[in-house]
Write a protein that binds this ligand. Structure first.
Ligand SMILES: Cc1cc2nc3c(=O)[nH]c(=O)nc-3n(C[C@H](O)[C@H](O)[C@H](O)COP(=O)(O)O)c2cc1C
Length: 408
């Protein structure tokens, strides 16, 4: 994930060097953007060396880069490529410009051009901090959804004592992680996710498959990774770009997917089966290409391996949670509930794949969560990434409930 670190011209700008390191420790790629004033407090060379990227300071490319198309569109390119923008330290001046939509340098232009979450960590003299203008500007920004990491109190560089010292860098990093959904609540845990379709060969060139894009499984893998899990992703053939995970195994058939799942399942605390695994496969796949014949052809099918059913027959590791996905076109809840019971799942995510805005090959999903105790929770239409986080939230909830029962 990529974060832009905006550094503005306050004494605390020197702390940006350490902040770059701490953000990188969270696996984040950091692009530093400096105001002109910030360069009076820390050199771009220091931050470029630490971040591994050239520092952006000029809107128009500066003396060297002026007039070229790359620098002219850079603010939009950066705005679109980042997952969050954090400004630390944020001067009273930058906060005022942000509150009033003034965009007279690269950093403030980026603030308006990006749709990523914005976090500001103000730092300034106590009188500047308490000034009505600063208070009003911060209120405006908070109302707009900007996250504010309030400064700490203490001795200030200007010799005064009070609020205005840049917040502890750990608090700023935590705010960035929260904005990115990096919650760390699966830290040290292995999550096994399956994604995508399977292909069941008919002959050397043909196969039976389905329209699954793998996007739901990939969103689950990405969400798990962001929350600190070691993710093992077993993916069927799909053109979607997989997220960066600890282990990625590419498989083709249901049999190959089953083999990979059984190889990894004992080390996983959570298993999420989001792949659209074939129910049937050609009974007699041919080694060569079947010749074209006149008249109707009959293809004999046999059941493919039912991975979830197989899993449910195996002894489970203590505390392991198994989540299934059911893609249905009719009687969604009844069919999904029957699968939940038959396969002894902890959670079933049912999605109606007959809808245009849900299921296969779209970025949104409309799902219902089903639990073994008969509860069902229909969720509104949301991005697959949000569905993924919701599923992980439910897993966390189940864990908490199980822990409280043990304590009692
Ligand atoms: C030595 C010195 C220290 C400063 N420290 C701060 C500060 O901590 N916070 C702040 O808001 N402004 C501070 N300022 C004022 C800003 O540098 C000034 O408002 C500048 O225009 C900010 O530009 P920028 O917001 O584009 O970075 C300081 C100025 C000087 C000369």
């Amino acid at each position: 994930m990529r974060v832009a670190l905006g550094v503005s011209g306050g004494i605390a700008a020197y702390k940006a060097a350490e902040l770059v390191r701490l953000l990188q420790d969270k696996g984040l790629d950091v692009q530093v953007v400096m105001t002109r004033s910030a360069r009076e407090f820390i050199t771009p060379l220091t931050l470029a060396t630490l971040s591994g990227h050239k520092i952006i300071t000029e809107m128009f490319g500066g003396e060297a880069g002026g007039g070229n198309i790359e620098s002219a569109v850079e603010h939009i390119a950066v705005a679109q490529s980042i997952d969050a923008l954090v400004i630390a330290p944020a001067t009273a001046n930058v906060l005022a410009k942000m509150a009033h939509g003034v965009v007279d340098d690269f950093l403030t232009t980026l603030c308006l051009a990006t749709q990523a979450p914005v976090i500001v960590a103000p730092a300034m003299n106590v009188n500047m901090w308490e000034h009505a203008a600063t208070r009003e500007n911060l209120e405006t920004l908070s109302h707009r959804g900007v996250r504010v990491v309030n400064p700490d109190e203490g001795y200030l560089a200007c010799g005064m004592t009070g609020a205005g010292r840049l917040a502890a860098l750990e608090s700023i990093v935590q705010a960035v992680c929260e904005a990115l959904g990096l919650r760390e609540d699966f830290s040290g845990e292995t999550i096994l996710v399956t994604a995508g379709p399977t292909q069941e060969p008919l002959d050397a060139v043909r196969y039976l498959s389905n329209r699954s894009s793998g996007k739901m499984g990939y969103a689950l893998a990405e969400a798990g990774r962001r929350r600190g899990a070691c993710v093992v992703l077993i993916a069927g053939p799909t053109s979607a770009e997989p997220p960066t995970v600890h282990t990625l195994e590419r498989v083709r058939t249901a049999g190959e997917m089953a083999e990979a799942v059984f190889r990894h399942c004992d080390s996983a605390g959570v298993i999420i089966m989001a792949a659209a695994v074939a129910d049937f496969r050609p009974a007699n796949p041919q080694a060569g290409k079947i010749k074209k014949l006149d008249g109707p052809q009959v293809m004999n099918l046999e059941p493919a391996v039912d991975i979830l059913a197989e899993l449910s027959r195996r002894p489970r590791c203590a505390g392991q949670i198994v989540v299934g996905f059911a893609a249905e076109t009719e009687n969604l809840i009844e069919n999904a509930a029957a699968k939940l019971r038959a396969k002894h799942l902890d959670l079933m995510v049912a999605n109606d794949v007959s809808r245009d805005d849900a299921g296969f090959d779209v970025d949104t999903n409309v799902v219902t969560l089903l639990f073994p105790d008969g509860r069902t929770i229909p969720l509104e239409k949301m991005s697959k990434f949000d569905v993924a986080h919701r599923v992980l939230d439910e897993v966390v909830g189940m864990r908490r409930f199980a822990a409280s029962v043990v304590q009692q």
